[in-house]
Design a protein around this ligand. Sequence first.
Ligand SMILES: Nc1ncnc2c1ncn2[C@@H]1O[C@H](COP(=O)(O)OP(=O)(O)OP(=O)(O)O)[C@@H](O)[C@H]1O
Length: 256
Amino acid sequence: MPILQVREISKIYEGKISTKALDHVSFRMEEGEFVGIMGPSGSGKTSLLNVIATIDEPTSGTVCIAGQNPHELDQERMALFRRRRLGFIFQHFNLLDTLTVEENIVLPLTLEGTPMQEMKRNAADLAERLGIAGVLDKFPHEISGGQMQRTAIARAMIHHPSLLLADEPTGNLDSKSSRDVMEAFAMVNEAKRAAILMVTHDAFAASFCHRVIFIKDGSMYNEIYRGDNRQAFFQKIIDMMSLLGGDTDHLSSARL
Ligand SMILES: Nc1ncnc2c1ncn2[C@@H]1O[C@H](COP(=O)(O)OP(=O)(O)OP(=O)(O)O)[C@@H](O)[C@H]1O
């Protein structure tokens, strides 16, 4: 069973002038896959992620996550579905400033009433793997951007979601922190078999994915697979972005 099946999704924002942001988009993701979504500004990436994340409703089409269409659920069940089945990682980290790193990580479990010892054990395990064990007692303002994003990854992973959704996770990071964060994603994808869907403008970040889907003007344009060679994949991503006419901010191959 695919972990995610998107069928014929269209999204129209109604207004004085209606905008068709997504036009019959279909794709599927298998368990354990790490998939990137790329495309020029305004091509519909965030609209697509928001519909999958149940933050927004599609105008037509269906989304199925681990066998369930979350858009069919009532508000309360949808909120529960989001909390239990999905993990979110944002460009601006979205950590709570008044909580320590450890408290931020275990937040999803406190909502589930998990015993304290179990929460601490799980947080310590993830923090160790993500290289943030030394900052568990610190507050977000006391750690680096890369450490904040790895804290956000730990928080998103702590309840073993079916699908991690990441929106520009390296958008606010320097190249060293971007590499640390992408290696953290690759680690949770491999060690924890976490399925990850990531929207990014960053060819370096996208080169860590197994597959990158390109969208243009709200439609699927192409998809490319990594294979064994990340450097060759990075070059293919850049070529595809040039073809699409997207921005070329993040294309320095010096980062490889
Ligand atoms: N809430 C909204 N109301 C009206 N139009 C919207 C809304 N959100 C997005 N749009 C429009 O839908 C289209 C797709 O936007 P979307 O944000 O999904 O693109 P994107 O690929 O994520 O862009 P970017 O890379 O710049 O973030 C754009 O034309 C945008 O102006």
